[in-house]
Each structure stands twice: as structure tokens, then as C-alpha cells.
Design a protein. Structure first.
Length: 385
């Protein structure tokens, strides 16, 4: 067996989801504030396009990079949003965003190289980095900075061993962002290095940013597309987590190898999902704007309620649907709080340790109704107050 498999980790959010489902089958009433999965349905026109494709379109293999029409649609969106000319041949459509994470990290990893990522961060980053034999180097997201990504905190970690810097804005689990000044400073530093450092920008939550002055992509300010890998998809922005549709933008120097990964790992993405994705991007009749407003309202309710509970405190996130809650003053560990909330109160949350932080945080998702959020806050308040 490949010894590196021992470095690969599970994602605790799915363990918590499984436990919550088991408790529900036993008759328990669970409010799920754990999994990062919008509780809304995709737009009707997306569903209808998928049904139409199943009835009338090709059922064979598509291009390993993805259907050309979808890649052209993605390219057109980047042109419209950021005035960047992205060649459709530099786009890989994938079954969700995770394969792009794996491709990028795997291609750039080698013995003794370093890959920078935030602490805390989405756990799959560190899992794949360790599996691929590279060394994760962490830059801290500090609560006093609202957990925002600060350029100097990243720059001070970059050396000639650095192959890749991972950015995730808005960030899972904190909902924090990188602001314009910090992004420009970081890009300018990396672009002027005497050696090449790639940037992997995970922008899966980019359409759920509450402040319109926050950058939604590094493409807005980058002068060098040849060191950028961009991840995005429809799981969060169109409530399509189970459809498994995402994509990656790769520079010319990596795209051919990225295509090899696609051929070897998944051959191609199922066709009906790709037709649905085209419909989502072309016919976005205010769906994402409404979704953003819904989550902004829910998050505000969540933050206000959390800050009224003894031992709990929470910064207002700038995007996504997550709140990263400081529970240090409960004098309990994050795993103890997670277990109390789930096993005793019927509220699923995620231990902050699973994102690489310390014992002082839990992640709370607002992917449920306001009514459920109010009930959950009342239960937690009754227990801890």
C-alpha cells in the first residue's frame, strides 16, 4: 500500500452529517448547522435543462476538458466580469471543485517543496498536500483582523521552496476575505519574485460576498495569468452540491498535464450536468443575488444570536454562509462543544480543529431556515446561559 495514504484525511463535516442522519433515523430532531450545503433548490430552468438534456442530448462521452460550449460560456463570464480573455482550451470542467484542488497540488508537489495555505482552512488542502509529499506551511488568519487574509502574513512565509500559495476568499471556515489592498500587494510581490510561485485561488464562494467592494477573483488585479489556477463551480452559488459540477482555469504551462489528470481520473463530466451548467451561467435571472441576500440575512441573525450566549463570540463574516465561533470562554474544547450540541441539543456543528485551528472554535453554517436558526440559538442559549 502507498504509505502516503496514511496522510490523507477524511472531512469531518461528512462524519457529522452521517451521525446527524443516524440520530434522525432514531427519532431525533436535528437542526443541521454543520454541512456547507445550501438548503435551497437550484433554479427551475436549470433542472428543466437537465431533464431536456437527458431526453434529447447525447449520452456518450464528452471532451475530457468538458463540453466546448460550457467552456466557452465560462470564458465569456470571466470576460464579462473581469475583462480577462480566458482561452476555453485552458479550462477543465470537473465533477465538483475537489478534483481541481487535487490536480493543482499534485502537479506542483515535489519532495521538500512547500505549499502555503491558511490556518484555518478547508481540510482537503492539507490532506492532499501531505498525500502528495509536499510540506504544508501555514499563514494564520487572525480573529483580531476578522480572520481576513493579510498580504504580509503570507509574504513572510514565501521562500525559494514555495511552489504554490492557496487563497480561499471567501474562506471556509471563517467567511473572511482578502481585500483589494492586500490582494494587490500580494500579487505584486509574487509577480516580481526571481522564481516562479503559483497561486491557487479557490473562488467557490465568490458569488456570496456581502460587501460589493471586496474582490471576487484574483483575475480582477492580476497582471500574470501564467501563474494562476482558478477554481470555481456551481455547488454553492446555484445550490448544486449533489450535481458535482466545477471547473479550473489553468495556465498554458499546466493545462496539458491537467487534461491528463482528467482523462485518468474521471474521463469526463456527465453531459446533462454540463448542459444544466450552461443554463445556470447564461440565464442567471438574479438567482445568485437573491441567494446572497438570503445568506447575508441569515448570517446576521446567527451572529447576533451567538453573541448573546455566554462563552460564545463571533465576528460577522464578509461572505459565504459560515460563522467561525470562538467558544474559548465556555472552558470547553471545541470537540466537547460539538458533541454537546449534537448529542444533547440536536444541533450539528463542526469542530474548528478540523480546519487546522485550535480548540477554541466551531464552524456554524447558516444553510437552514431562519426559523431553525432561531430554535437552535434558543436551545444553545438555554444550555449555556
Amino acid at each position: 500500500m502507498n504509505k502516503n495514504i496514511h496522510f490523507m484525511e477524511n472531512e469531518n463535516a461528512f462524519k457529522v452529517l452521517s451521525r446527524a442522519q443516524k440520530l434522525e433515523k432514531q427519532g431525533g430532531k436535528i437542526i443541521n448547522l454543520g454541512i456547507g450545503q445550501p438548503d435551497l433548490n437550484p433554479p427551475k430552468y436549470v433542472i428543466e435543462e437537465a431533464i431536456n438534456a437527458l431526453k434529447n442530448e447525447n449520452h456518450g462521452y464528452s471532451n475530457a476538458k468538458g463540453m466546448l460550449k460550457l467552456r466557452e460560456t465560462i470564458s465569456n463570464e470571466y470576460q464579462s466580469l473581469y475583462k480577462q480573455n480566458i482561452d476555453p482550451d485552458n479550462i477543465i470542467v470537473s465533477p465538483g471543485a475537489k478534483p481541481i484542488i487535487y490536480m493543482a497540488i499534485s502537479m506542483l508537489s515535489e519532495y521538500n517543496c512547500e505549499i502555503l495555505l491558511s490556518n484555518p482552512s478547508f481540510p482537503i488542502y492539507s490532506s492532499v498536500i501531505k498525500y502528495c509529499g509536499a510540506r504544508p506551511v501555514y499563514y494564520n488568519l487572525k480573529e483580531e483582523n476578522n480572520f481576513d487574509l493579510i498580504a504580509d502574513d503570507i509574504i513572510e512565509k514565501i521562500t525559494d521552496k514555495t511552489k504554490l500559495v492557496i487563497l480561499n476568499s471567501p474562506c471556509n471556515p471563517t467567511g473572511s476575505v482578502i481585500k483589494t489592498k492586500e490582494l494587490k500587494k500580494l500579487l505584486n510581490f509574487i509577480e516580481n519574485l526571481p522564481y516562479k510561485v503559483f497561486i491557487l485561488s479557490d473562488e467557490i464562494y465568490s458569488k456570496i460576498i456581502f460587501n460589493p467592494n471586496i474582490p471576487t477573483s484574483v483575475l480582477q488585479y492580476s497582471n500574470n495569468l501564467e501563474n494562476l489556477i482558478i477554481i470555481n463551480g456551481l455547488s454553492k452559488s446555484f445550490s448544486m452540491t449533489g450535481w458535482r459540477i466545477g471547473w479550473g482555469l489553468f495556465p498554458h504551462c499546466l493545462i496539458n498535464n491537467a487534461e491528463k489528470y482528467a482523462v485518468n481520473i474521471f474521463s469526463c463530466v456527465n453531459n446533462f450536468t454540463q448542459f444544466a451548467a450552461i443554463s445556470a451561467l447564461v440565464k442567471d435571472f438574479n438567482y445568485t443575488e437573491n441567494l446572497k441576500n438570503i445568506f447575508n440575512s441569515r448570517v446576521s441573525l446567527m451572529v447576533k444570536g451567538i453573541n448573546q450566549i455566554n462563552g460564545f463570540q463571533c465576528k460577522h463574516p464578509s461572505g459565504s454562509f459560515y460563522c467561525f465561533v470562538n467558544i474559548k470562554n465556555t472552558n470547553l474544547s471545541s470537540s466537547e462543544v460539538q458533541n454537546i450540541l449534537l448529542e444533547q441539543l440536536g444541533i450539528a456543528t463542526i469542530d474548528g480543529n478540523d480546519f487546522g485551528s485550535d480548540n477554541n472554535y466551531i464552524r456554524v453554517s447558516s444553510c437552514t431556515s431562519k426559523e431553525n436558526i432561531k430554535i437552535a440559538l434558543e436551545k444553545i442559549g438555554n444550555y449555556f446561559n
